[in-house]
Design a protein around this ligand. Structure first.
Ligand code: KIV
Length: 278
């Protein structure tokens, strides 16, 4: 099966079909979300929080994203792979942004790159797109600016702030991005942007009008039940399932109930398949 391309994603918007994006950070999760039919898989710099355990995304490097990009690419059969440009990989100069976007293609198997910011990132977006690398924009709450924003909070509540985000979204489109993530903004602001822009909008905490939605895989799967922000819907509760399963394993190891002959090798058996296939 062929991997989803930028024209395929543009066609989804033209046909009024919603785009499904989900994050993944390793080959196993990538295989699962791909099998579930996600259109786009994002190796987000959210990996700084959900994989590395940090409080924000600022410590993530290009090498981290490229490494996880390679891992995820091995698990994908059909979904489009977008890699996030981490903090300081695109802010210093448009030229440096282009070089780093190119590295994510060469070293991380990116089919497209995502970068935060509207007007302030438009020159970088333009140069990357001119080099033939598709770009996903990202406006509203831009987590790499967490300190300037005073925390992870909803953006665009005042008319002035909403107008600024709309201008930013236009700047991203005008610079050549093929799609844009709208994060944590009031739903009417996202609806206005979706109406005014030709490129697809992908929302996270931006309401139902967007052309698609994105969630962090661990959030939608309920890996951490203590984390329940308003924009997340949980489609599974994996935390108790995993803790319960590992508890059962631990108790059977301690009691000697695992492993039995069924899980052990005998000399005269036919060779078993030990290799994992992605
Ligand atoms: O880093 C990330 O995972 C993201 C999405 C939440 C949009 O930017």
């Amino acid at each position: 099966m062929a991997r989803t391309t930028v024209p395929d994603l543009q066609r989804l918007k033209a046909e009024n079909r919603k785009i499904v994006m989900v994050t993944a950070y390793d080959a196993t999760m990538a295989r699962l979300v791909d099998a579930a039919g996600a259109d786009m898989v994002l190796v987000g710099d959210s990996l700084g929080m959900v994989i590395q355990g940090n409080e924000d995304t600022l410590g993530v490097t290009l090498e981290h994203i490229a490494y996880h990009g390679r891992c995820v690419a091995r698990g994908l059969k059909q979904a489009h792979l977008t890699l996030d440009m981490p903090f300081l990989s695109f802010q210093i100069s448009p030229q440096e942004a282009l070089r780093n976007a190119g590295r994510l293609v060469q070293e991380g198997q990116a089919q497209s790159v995502k970068l935060e910011g509207g007007e302030r990132s438009s020159e970088a977006i333009r140069l990357i797109v001119e080099a033939g690398i598709p770009v996903v924009g990202h406006v509203g709450l831009t987590p790499q600016s967490v300190h300037a924003l005073g925390g992870f909070r909803v953006q665009g509540r005042s008319q002035e702030a909403a107008d600024r985000i709309v201008r930013d979204a236009h700047a991203v489109e005008d610079a050549g991005a093929f799609c844009i993530v709208l994060e944590s903004i009031p739903e009417d602001v996202a609806a206005r942007i979706t109406e005014e822009l030709e490129i697809p909008t992908i929302g996270i905490g931006a309401g139902p009008s967007c052309d698609g939605q994105v969630l962090v895989c661990y959030d939608l799967l309920g890996f951490d039940l203590s984390f329940q922000p308003r924009f997340v819907k949980r489609y599974a509760e994996m935390e108790p399932a995993i803790v319960g399963a590992v508890r059962s394993y631990a108790s059977e190891v301690r009691s000697g109930a695992f492993p039995t002959a069924e899980h052990s090798f005998q000399r005269k058996q036919a060779p078993a398949r030990l290799k994992r296939v992605y």
